[in-house]
Design a protein. Sequence first.
Length: 273
Amino acid sequence: MNENSTPTVTAAAAASAAVFGAPCWVSLMARDLQAAQDFYGAVLGWKFRKGRLGDQFRVAVVDGLPVAGIGALAPALTVAVAWTPYFAVEDADRTASRIRERSGTVAVGPLALSMGRGVLAADRDGAVFGIWEGELMRDWPAWRDKAPAWIRLLAKDAFESAIFYGEVFDWASDRAGCCEVSYLEGAVVLHREGRVLARLTSGADGTASNPLLHPRWHVHFAVKNLEETVRTADRHGGTVLAERTTPHGAEVTLRDPDGAIFNVTATDNAVPQ
């Protein structure tokens, strides 16, 4: 990649077009906004501030750094309560068309919001993700650099999924500034400017009784004390679904009282390179 041809992103003006194809945020739509704030505030130590997407949306902050968004789920939306990664795009309409053309599903949107336009979609296997066109969250470059949250796709076939997302988001294309992909430790790795942004792994089974084996984007949050985080989640109505040791350290999969699944991993192992 030619570094001089890559668009510059600053804290003052970060636009989705400048980082097209890259994960740009993670968000939860909850049935009870206050209950979600209480749970994640206790378990992950998050503080909350109002965002620019309205009174029913909050930005979670740790040590002054934005981590994730939590919004109130509109009663009219019949979507599951889930953590969802969003990818930056230049044109939401064009990207939504690409998703449909490749047998993906566009469930919601494009919706016009104060900062841009959003879409909720699913890939061919049914893994849910979002796309975002417009202004990125304030302090987004710090979120990208510190990576308090990272994402991993469990797909039926990581290579087939990489082709789908690559065609939708212009990954590994001849466009200046695009995200690149490589194969490492049995996974397809998405990276940009030397930063690992996401991993795509194989092995999902949409018919399995265990929901963790279904095709899905898994959202991981870094925590300072993994064992204490798990204990606190239990005290506040969360459920431990799985514990595992990976080449990058221990991680635990939790379910919040509303049913949303997320992963926690130790801070020093938060972003596998």
